[in-house]
Design a protein around this ligand. Sequence first.
Ligand SMILES: Nc1nc2c(c(=O)[nH]1)N[C@H]1C(S)=C(S)[C@@H](COP(=O)(O)OP(=O)(O)OC[C@H]3O[C@@H](n4cnc5c(=O)[nH]c(N)nc54)[C@H](O)[C@@H]3O)O[C@H]1N2
Ligand SMILES: Nc1nc2c(c(=O)[nH]1)N[C@H]1C(S)=C(S)[C@@H](COP(=O)(O)OP(=O)(O)OC[C@H]3O[C@@H](n4cnc5c(=O)[nH]c(N)nc54)[C@H](O)[C@@H]3O)O[C@H]1N2
Ligand SMILES: [Mo]
Length: 657
Amino acid sequence: MNGTNGPTGRSTRAGKRERSPRNYLRLTHPLVRDSRDEPFRRATWEEALTRVAEGLAAHRGAFGMFACARATNEMNYVAQKFARVVMGTHNVDSCNRTCHAPSVAGLSAAFGSGGGTSSYEEIEHTDLIVMWGSNARFAHPIFFQHVLKGVRNGARLYSVDPRRTSTAEWAESWLGLNVGTDIPMAHAIGREIIHAGLANTAFIERATSGFEEYRKLVEPWTLSLAEKVTGVPAEAIKDLAHAYARAERAQLCWTLGITEHHNGTDNVRALINLSLLTGHVGRYGSGLQPLRGQNNVQGGGDMGAIPNRLPGFQDVLDPETRHRFETAWGTTLQPHYGLNLTEMFEAMEPRPGGAALKAVYCIGENPAQSEADSDQAVRRLSALDFLVVQDIFLTKTAELAHVVLPATAGWAETEGTTTNSERRVQRVRKAVNPPGEAREDIDIICDIAARLGHDWKYADSEAVWNELRSVSPQHYGMTYERLEEHQGIQWPCPDLEALEPSFLHGRLWDPDPGRRGPLAPFGLVQHDPPVDLTDEEFPIRLTTGRRLDSYNTGVQSGSFASPLRRGEYVELCPEDAERYGVVLGEEVQVTSRRGSVRAPVWIDPGLRPGLAFMTMHFPDEVDTNRLTIEANDPIAGTAEFKAAAIRIDKLPIAAIR
Ligand SMILES: Nc1nc2c(c(=O)[nH]1)N[C@H]1C(S)=C(S)[C@@H](COP(=O)(O)OP(=O)(O)OC[C@H]3O[C@@H](n4cnc5c(=O)[nH]c(N)nc54)[C@H](O)[C@@H]3O)O[C@H]1N2
Ligand SMILES: Nc1nc2c(c(=O)[nH]1)N[C@H]1C(S)=C(S)[C@@H](COP(=O)(O)OP(=O)(O)OC[C@H]3O[C@@H](n4cnc5c(=O)[nH]c(N)nc54)[C@H](O)[C@@H]3O)O[C@H]1N2
Ligand SMILES: [Mo]
């Protein structure tokens, strides 16, 4: 790659799969090219920004923005403002879509707000913790320390996961269910709680609606039917039902094992139902905790970098809200939602008369690799008239761009704030200088905005934050000074005096109906198995996820040496390895209805027959998302990363290196 500080270390032996990991180096100067057939060349900031301004100006009305869930709140605020004010569209979204959008949708439908309801401190002071579809020991290791403190303080720990994960190893009970059978599991638990007389009838009457319909809905889900569908012994399901309902305080934590399904929002609703049934929400020590993925994916959404909410999680459709933002920003806002990430990808599809979306400004996302069915994603990104990528590394997505802008890393090279899963806003500080000519995300965005006629002139990140405080009531009380003083503050924080309690929805327990607010409805959701069916041709259920030693698409974790990291494998249980006649380390062909990759075999006794596991961490070795299916949740737009059907073929001797 001409004049870049791009990827190195790739083996190029003709005809051989590349096994050496990509060594990402920081982007240090802007890169441009006139067409995708040309190599990038180094450009000045002046030339690069002028090109971006021209490229975007030509595509007002056909524009989408991907914002960065790793960067600060301030950067996400400015990014969504750019989309809405400069480009006149609500088409702004981030990897929250591939991740916890179903949690936000499910929690909003039940409680009117999409945040996790409890705090990390409460995890240490509770009586029961359920980790459902979550491998927090690997994916949320800091949170898991709070879990272990809770266990030391006497809490019981349950794990519901098809794999006997490292998290499950710590649990008193592991419920190893079949992929995509969480609703049968939850409904059977609900039915058992009702039949055993353990439902919290006082709470149900006071705070919820739709219980009668829910009772009828779950009635067919006997323990024995659930055992048949989920593969988990009836006794183990019954034990969890009784333990959860009898616990004085209980925390239900979930992550992608629940959300990354074509019916992720329904899955979330099924879990929320259990908290409504037992009153395990809105009290200290009892709550619902969707552990968010990226360091600032909670904050990105809170800042309005989503297509349906303005900053402060305020609804785009509400005319009064829109009017307030129109006044504050001196603009006119469209009275309808924008496209989410999934819909933006659909809109990139070339069609007669041109695609609906022709230009994308991608900040700190790597969808060429992280989207389900990545061959399709790459094809769509390659068809864009104009793609600008602003990142700290030259990603696979950046390699498809017309202009690449080198940014700073939000967590070490800029001032600002981020918001974690317990809704705690914390300061991040600049610790090191960025390399080369790299510039701060906010400065770059503002510079492009200025070239397009909007001169915002923020003196620093605090000026951005204070503008956000002025338009988002739930953040109003969080000055930088107070954030420092309290070492972070949870939203809602509407005033400059008191701090709110650590948990949400205490209102549901208020004896005064006037102060109780809207009732929380039970979600009347039905079991709906994975879209990609296993059959004779594709007999194995593939689920994908994470390992402790690597991070997402590997861009940020691939370059440093780790004795732990062993590259990509297709993991099988010992019985399946025997059935397919493959051994540890043997390279096999893994094929789904979308694509095919080669990977060596790893044997994991924590898997069950018929279940395979792969990660998304090693693009150059094995691009796992060529196998996954773009079957999307109709409410949240999240793809079914957790359930593909595959087959494994032995390679002919001649093909093995
Ligand atoms: N080390 C590390 N940590 C990370 C990341 C990383 O890449 N590496 N990424 C971050 C991000 S962006 C996120 S979103 C989080 C994700 O954190 P997690 O959601 O905990 O991680 P995953 O491994 O994707 O999936 C969790 C579990 O879901 C299980 N599962 C699969 N299918 C089903 C099912 O049908 N039902 C149930 N109940 N469980 C199922 C899998 O076996 C897996 O153990 O991690 C964050 N933290
Ligand atoms: N098969 C499979 N696929 C999945 C998943 C799965 O479980 N299985 N999980 C999905 C999930 S939960 C997620 S969140 C997505 C993640 O997918 P992506 O968000 O597309 O992947 P990341 O590797 O996290 O990409 C982050 C990019 O941000 C850049 N970056 C980091 N900090 C900054 C900054 O401050 N400024 C700028 N400008 N750039 C920055 C990094 O260099 C990197 O290129 O993947 C999804 N894809
Ligand atoms: Mo995520």
